[in-house]
Design a protein around this ligand. Structure first.
Ligand SMILES: C[S@@+](CC[C@H](N)C(=O)[O-])C[C@H]1O[C@@H](n2cnc3c(N)ncnc32)[C@H](O)[C@@H]1O
Length: 322
């Protein structure tokens, strides 16, 4: 694999920069900096007195970003941590309220996918691990495969968009296989899924039949959806009035979760219907700048395969206290 093929290419860079509108002297955060490709573009916009806080839960990503941003000196702070803890991390590193935040979490970077020790890809042989942060509680993927019941496995795969029938077929194949010997390798699981789906005549489209199985395991192992919802609340709480949050999502359940979370933060009165006057006094905490999340242009999809399913959600902080 050439260095270009193994390097991550961030999606929606122009749109995200245009909505965040980073200025000289402003304070910003890239909450899932990966290897720092987008962070570098942001750092170029903040002038000599601006500040950028970069976070990631993956230690290797943090090291790579710190190296990439080294030339910006003290203007950039790179920290290992989760966006769930953004307010505390920002305060601990001397950041006040932020003018703009990006969360690009819904997919793993290409560097992570190609890392056999993480075991994230059905194309790269490695132990079925998938933990981006080894210190986080919870089991690795091989343990989920070994211990969840057939019904639980099928429900997990359905959560990532697999059809009920295909999810059942794959879960049964896993149950049969693990009764003979534990399933511990990525390529072993990929081949098993491929064989089961083909034998049942269920292969559809050009996507690898194990795509959703791997996605659902990665989501479960890293608690990705609950963390993303918490992360959006943490980010909104860290924005100054008029500050903006851009969230990139990559698959159906994630698009829906971010959409609902942003909508809930925008909601005003939540009194039961029928009350003559509002009793809750609730006001919007954010304003959605786009009603429907943005889709990538055909040009971007042609140039970058990861953009295919990406969506961009953008909200702006109001004056309502949280
Ligand atoms: C698609 S990559 C980001 C790539 C980055 N935008 C770039 O331009 O290089 C997603 C990153 O989110 C990180 N991540 C996942 N969950 C996280 C969390 N709860 N807090 C912080 N980072 C997280 C992953 O480790 C991964 O590096």
């Amino acid at each position: 694999m050439s260095p270009n093929e193994s390097a991550h290419r961030p999606v929606f860079v122009a749109e995200t920069l245009s909505f965040l509108n980073p200025r000289d002297g402003g304070a910003y955060a890239d909450c899932s900096c990966g290897h720092g490709y987008f962070a570098e573009r942001l750092a170029q916009c903040i002038g000599p007195t601006g500040r950028l806080l970069c976070l990631d839960i993956d230690a290797e990503a943090v090291t790579a970003t710190a190296r990439r941003l080294d030339r910006f000196g003290e203007r950039c702070t790179v920290v290992r941590g989760s966006y769930v803890d953004l307010p505390a991390i920002a305060a601990a590193n001397g950041f006040g309220k932020l003018g703009g935040i990006v969360i690009d979490a819904g997919c793993t970077s290409r560097e992570q996918l190609m890392n056999p020790a993480l075991g994230l890809s059905f194309r790269v042989d490695g132990e079925l691990n998938m933990k981006l942060d080894p210190s986080a509680p919870g089991p690795p993927a091989r343990e989920l495969i070994a211990t969840l019941s057939g019904r639980e496995l099928a429900a997990l795969f359905r959560g990532a968009g697999e059809s009920a029938r295909t999810a059942r077929v794959i879960a049964s194949a896993i149950e049969r296989s693990r009764a003979r010997a534990p399933l511990t390798r990525t390529t072993e699981l990929a081949q098993l899924v491929e064989g089961a789906v083909d034998a049942a005549g269920l292969r559809r489209g050009t996507r690898h039949p194990a795509t959703r199985v791997f996605l659902s395991l990665r989501n479960a192992v890293n608690r990705e959806l609950p963390a993303l919802e918490e992360g959006i609340h943490a980010a909104v709480a860290s924005l100054r009035e008029g500050g903006r949050l851009c969230v990139l999502t990559y698959f159906g359940t994630e698009h829906a979760l971010v959409r609902q979370t942003c909508r809930a933060l925008e909601r005003r009165c939540t009194c039961p219907p029928g009350l003559p006057v509002c009793a809750c006094g609730r006001e919007s905490v954010v304003r959605r700048l786009v009603r429907d999340p943005l889709s990538p242009s055909v040009r971007e999809v042609d140039a970058n395969e990861s953009a295919r399913s990406a969506r961009l959600h953008i909200v702006e902080r109001t004056t309502t206290p949280m």
